[in-house]
Unconditional design. Structure first.
Length: 254
């Protein structure tokens, strides 16, 4: 074990170590980070694709089109009566002798086909494992004849921490207060979340508090009608007299 983010007297933080930090924070796959114009593609002509500003991570490697600028890549002419899919990849390279690393846009041209074109092969490797070339497909360019019909962005734009905090919740919790349940009966209670979940959450609940009466052992509950906005709790009282229990619950995004 050795220190990475401290002074040692000599330069010691490597690009591989920094990429480990990015992988542990953002993830080990390929993503467009929320920055600039999120690398939005803009078709200028059938032969020219403009890529707006933004930043992306591929195996922890960060590369950027500076804010206020754009990159341009050239698309080869299509063929009349044929269809084609080209890949625009962000290619990482490392010179084995000097160790110099770089990123560049590379257009890999697909094979023309009359009706069923497929995307071309690319160098699929992992720069973190020492590979000298590592392609990350970012866009597909679809051609029909000489015309580009669509440009498909292949990577997700991941939200930043501020966006995550303001988005849908991961966990919510609450309590019911005291519920008057008649003898040998049940009562339904509607629980409403403060914010809706993206999908139906998992629900966990328990009786809140303590009682010296063993009759509270005959109190039970279930829940149903779980939705993004709330659920129904049903409290059962298998006693000859009324009971007034209360409950705590927690909802966790599925």
């Amino acid at each position: 074990m050795k220190i990475m983010t401290g002074k040692t007297g000599t330069p010691h933080v490597t690009s591989q170590q920094f990429r480990q930090l990015v992988e542990g924070t953002v993830g080990q796959d390929s993503y467009i980070l929320t920055s600039g114009e999120n690398l939005e593609p803009e078709l200028q002509t059938n032969n020219l694709l403009k890529i707006r500003s933004g930043m992306m991570s591929h195996h922890g490697n960060l590369s950027v089109v500076d804010i206020g600028t754009y990159d341009e890549v050239t698309i080869a002419n299509g063929t009349q009566g044929m269809q084609r899919i080209d890949l625009v990849v962000n290619r990482y390279t490392r010179d084995e002798s000097s160790g110099i690393e770089s990123n560049t846009w590379v257009v890999i041209q697909g094979t023309p086909n009359a009706s069923n074109p497929v995307a071309p092969a690319y160098t699929e490797s992992n720069l973190q494992e020492g590979d000298l070339v590592d392609d990350c497909p970012v866009f597909e360019v679809h051609l029909n004849g000489i015309n580009v019909t669509k440009v498909v962005k292949l990577l997700d734009v991941v939200p930043n921490i501020s966006e995550l905090n303001g988005n849908l919740p991961l966990i919510q919790s609450g309590s019911t207060g005291y519920i008057d349940v008649p003898a040998n009966s049940y009562k339904d209670v509607q629980i409403k979340f403060l914010k809706p979940f993206e999908t139906d959450p998992n629900i966990f609940a328990s009786i809140w508090g303590m009682s010296e009466s063993s009759a509270y052992g005959n109190i039970n509950f279930s829940y149903d009608n779980i939705s993004k906005t709330g659920f129904t709790m049903r409290i059962y009282n298998d006693n000859t007299s009324g009971r007034v229990p209360r409950f705590r619950w927690i909802a966790i995004a599925g």
